[in-house]
Design a binder for this molecule. Structure first.
Ligand code: FES
Length: 189
């Protein structure tokens, strides 16, 4: 390469830097719209997913001596907000339940129909009296419009107007310890 060619290559490279920078700045809001991140220009960073806020609900295996032991809890979900506190915390009530096959599952208690807080109803006869439907086993049942969710079938709607099962929490099991990690993606209800 002659000296002249080398100079031209260097000049072209230097001239391209502001163009590339401008393109990056123009593309950044669009990329951020597609994948919201914690910082405005951090387009490759962690996205703004809601996170668990302390205190995270924790349980022990021994808290669940029998099948259908059901424990209510509160989960705090933190959203990144561009306000002075840099976050907004929402409180989500949940139930954690031991199934007959020893699995432990946790659900948000917010009814997917119109957002009431539903109950755990262990006795099918009680459900028949209070919620107009006799299930085969313990259920979640909503007092507002009588939606009933079959816990043994993954929260399947077995009666009432609810459009889908309640949202599940992700759980981490580590030996005897059980921790609620996060709520299934989507809206709170
Ligand atoms: S809000 Fe629960 S059934 Fe309507």
């Amino acid at each position: 390469m002659t000296d002249g060619m080398k100079r031209r290559t260097i000049l072209k490279t230097v001239a391209a830097i502001p163009v590339a920078g401008t393109l990056f700045l123009l593309a950044s809001p669009f990329l951020r719209y597609l994948r919201p991140t914690l910082k405005p220009l951090d387009i490759l960073g962690k996205s703004d997913q809601p996170l668990a806020e302390e205190p995270v609900p924790k349980f022990k295996d021994s808290d669940f001596p029998d099948a259908w032991t059901c424990i209510p809890f509160m989960f705090y979900q933190k959203y990144i907000e561009y306000n002075p506190e840099e976050k907004e915390v929402r409180t989500i009530p949940g139930f954690i339940v031991k199934l007959p096959n020893n699995d432990i599952v946790a659900y948000s208690r917010i009814c997917p129909h119109l957002g009431c807080i539903f109950n755990f109803v262990k006795d099918p006869n009680e459900c028949a009296k209070g919620y107009n439907f006799k299930p085969n086993g313990p259920v979640f049942a909503c007092p507002c419009h009588l939606s009933v969710y079959d816990i043994a079938q993954g929260g399947k709607v077995v009666s009432g107007p609810a459009p889908r099962p309640p949202r599940k929490f992700e759980i981490k099991r580590d030996g005897d310890n059980i921790e609620i990690l996060s709520l299934e993606a989507g809206s709170i209800a």
